[in-house]
Design a binder for this molecule. Structure first.
Ligand code: HEM
Length: 252
């Protein structure tokens, strides 16, 4: 999806996918320096694409970035590259986790799965609930207290680092009825899966749509979908920020 939005030609999809996968998995390697040649290839490829769009604009995001103006000032090539890399990092594994852990949550709650299959119109509230329940971005990026603040009897001094655990907020019994239950028709659901305030997720509408289309299509095409290993054997990836499973073996 992100390749299409950026304007990567379909013939280069496999190559682009290989490079971005390697780049996105950099933090899993003990020695990420191995990835430098791959990252250089990806950078070289993107630079060529930027140059081609400058010469001949088309209807894609790279063209929009090339043409973007702010008080007469164009984005430099480095700024465009930084924006593309931000979108790749922020927009890839997050949505993958929503689809993967969301499907896993449904398979673990057969009554909710059956309800969604019987009432596909619930897909919108179902995706909101899967966002709340699985919380693909478990923790926000770091914040610093601008003043002393007391929360639940604990004073955080001015200037201290604060790590907000969105996954925990999404299970707050003050805001959600039966927070540990999966309810695909939940009405009161002001979850924090996309953050809050100035840094609210730029890709929220896109990933909601991707989640709705992917999960609905999966359930329509594979009505007998089930886990092919016991759920205790599903392995969660390590790390603090992103929350997702390594693989979801299924039968259909
Ligand atoms: C289910 C999928 C996604 C989830 C759960 C998610 C979650 C989040 C969260 C929690 C934040 C705020 C982080 C913070 O406040 O520290 C955020 C920010 C951001 N997200 Fe997403 N995201 C998703 C998909 C995407 C997609 C598809 C894109 C781009 C195509 C994207 C682009 C961004 C960007 C650029 C920011 C930074 C916004 C800023 O700082 O102003 N995200 N996302």
């Amino acid at each position: 999806m992100i390749g299409r939005i950026l304007g990567v030609p379909a013939k280069d999809n496999a190559k682009f996918h290989r490079w971005t996968q390697a780049f996105l998995s950099a933090s899993n390697f003990k020695n990420p320096f191995f990835l430098i040649p791959t990252i250089m290839s990806l950078l070289g490829y993107l630079k060529k694409l930027i140059k081609a769009r400058r010469a001949q604009p088309t209807d894609d995001l790279i063209t929009a970035l090339v043409l973007a103006r702010d008080e007469g000032d164009h984005l430099s090539e480095d700024e465009i590259l930084a924006m593309i890399f931000l979108l790749l990092v922020a927009g890839h594994e997050t949505t993958v986790n929503l689809i993967g852990s969301g499907t896993f949550a449904l398979l673990e709650h057969p009554n909710q799965l059956a309800r969604l299959q019987a009432e596909p119109v619930l897909i919108k509230t179902a995706i909101e609930e899967l966002l709340r329940f699985t919380c693909p971005v478990e923790m926000a990026t770091e914040r610093y207290a601008r003043e002393d603040i007391t929360l639940a009897g604990v004073t955080i001094p001015h200037g201290e680092l604060v790590m907000a655990v969105l996954g925990s907020a999404n299970r707050d019994a003050k805001y959600f009825d039966n927070p540990d239950e999966l309810d695909i028709a939940r009405e009161r659901n002001r979850h924090l899966a996309f953050g809050q305030g100035a840094h609210y997720c730029l890709g929220a509408p896109l990933s909601r749509l991707e989640g709705q289309i992917a999960i609905q299509t999966l359930l329509q095409r594979m009505p007998n979908l089930s886990l092919s290993i016991p759920s205790e054997q599903i392995r969660w990836r390590g790390g603090f920020v992103l929350r997702g499973i390594e693989a979801l073996p299924v039968s259909f």
